[in-house]
Design a protein around this ligand. Structure first.
Ligand code: MLT
Length: 266
C-alpha cells in the first residue's frame, strides 16, 4: 500500500493501473481490502484508487478524535486526489458507509465527479432511535473491543449462504479496525445528513446497486433512491446480502464495468 500524509493523518491507499479513475470507498467496519476483487479486475482498464478511511485498516485515527463525520471522510478523499494530482473528475463507488461518504462528497465537490455508484447504501439519515443505538454501540466498542461489532454486524453484513472464506475475510477486516476508529465513525454516521430531498439534483450518471437479501439497505429502499435520481440505473444482484463485491464479484464487476462505459459528464 502507498502512504501519504494529509489532514493530520498518514493515509494508506492502493493506487493501481492507468486511465480514468475509479475511486472505491469501503463500508463499515471494513477497509479497502473489501475491494480486492474489483482492484484486480479494473486495474487493467482504469486507474484504481482504494483508500482505507481514517480509523480503518492501515490508516490510523489521530489521538483524541472521538467522531469523524461523513464530510470529514469526504474531505480526506478530495485531499487524496489533490495529493495525487488527480484534477479530472472521477467515478466514485461507495458501499454503505462508503455511499454515505460518496453522497457527502457529491454535495461538497460535485465538479470532481463524473459518475456515482451507490452500492448497498441509504440516502436517509438515522432515525433518533438508530442514532442513539450507534452512540451506545460506540461506548460498548470502546469498553469491550471489536468483538462487539463482529457479533452485532456480521449476521447483517452477510447472508447464511456466504462462503466460509468470505466470512473469514470479513471478520479479519472487522478486527483490523481500531476501536477508536470504529467508535468515531459510528458517531459520525449517527449525525449524517438526510440526502433524500437532494437526490433529484444529482446530475451525473448514477448506478444504484442493491442486494436481494440485504437487510441494511433493502432493495425496496434502494429502488426508491434510484427512482429519485434522474436517469439512474438500478440493479439488484440476486442471492447476495450487503457485501456483493465480496459475495458475488463476477456479477458485481460486470454491473460496474457496464456502468463505467456510460458516457460521463465532462
Ligand atoms: C456499512 O456497511 O457501512 C454499515 O452497515 C453502514 C451502517 O451501519 O449504516
Amino acid at each position: 500500500m502507498k502512504k501519504l500524509a494529509f489532514n493530520g493523518s498518514v493515509h494508506s491507499f492502493l493506487d493501481l493501473g492507468q486511465g480514468d479513475v475509479l475511486l472505491f470507498v469501503h463500508g463499515f467496519p471494513l477497509d479497502g481490502r473489501m475491494w480486492r476483487r474489483q482492484a484486480e479486475a479494473f486495474m487493467a482498464s482504469h486507474r484504481v484508487l482504494v483508500p482505507d478511511l481514517r480509523g480503518f485498516g492501515q490508516t490510523p485515527l489521530q489521538a483524541g478524535v472521538e467522531k469523524v463525520t461523513m464530510d470529514e471522510f469526504a474531505r480526506d478523499l478530495a485531499s487524496l486526489l489533490d495529493a495525487l494530482g488527480v484534477a479530472e473528475p472521477v467515478t466514485l463507488v461507495g458501499l454503505s458507509m462508503g455511499g454515505y461518504v460518496a453522497l457527502a462528497f457529491w454535495k461538497r465537490y460535485p465538479q470532481r465527479l463524473n459518475r456515482l455508484a451507490l452500492v448497498h447504501t441509504r440516502a436517509a439519515a438515522d432515525s433518533p432511535e438508530s442514532a442513539k443505538g450507534r452512540h451506545e454501540t460506540a461506548t460498548k466498542v470502546m469498553a469491550e473491543g471489536l468483538a462487539v461489532l463482529e457479533r452485532a454486524m456480521l449476521p447483517k453484513l452477510l447472508p447464511e449462504t456466504a462462503t466460509p472464506a468470505v466470512l473469514m475475510e470479513t471478520k479479519q477486516m472487522i478486527h483490523a479496525s481500531s476501536r477508536e476508529g470504529a467508535a468515531a465513525a459510528l458517531r459520525g454516521m449517527a449525525q449524517r445528513s438526510d440526502f433524500r430531498a437532494e437526490l433529484p439534483s444529482i446530475g451525473i450518471p448514477t448506478l444504484v446497486l442493491a442486494g436481494e437479501h440485504d437487510g441494511i439497505a433493502t432493495p425496496t429502499e434502494m429502488a426508491e433512491t434510484a427512482k429519485a435520481i434522474p436517469g439512474s440505473s438500478f440493479v439488484t444482484l440476486p442471492g447476495v446480502g450487503h457485501l456483493s463485491p465480496l459475495e458475488s464479484p463476477t456479477e458485481f464487476n460486470s454491473a460496474l464495468a457496464e456502468f463505467a462505459k456510460t458516457p460521463a459528464r465532462r
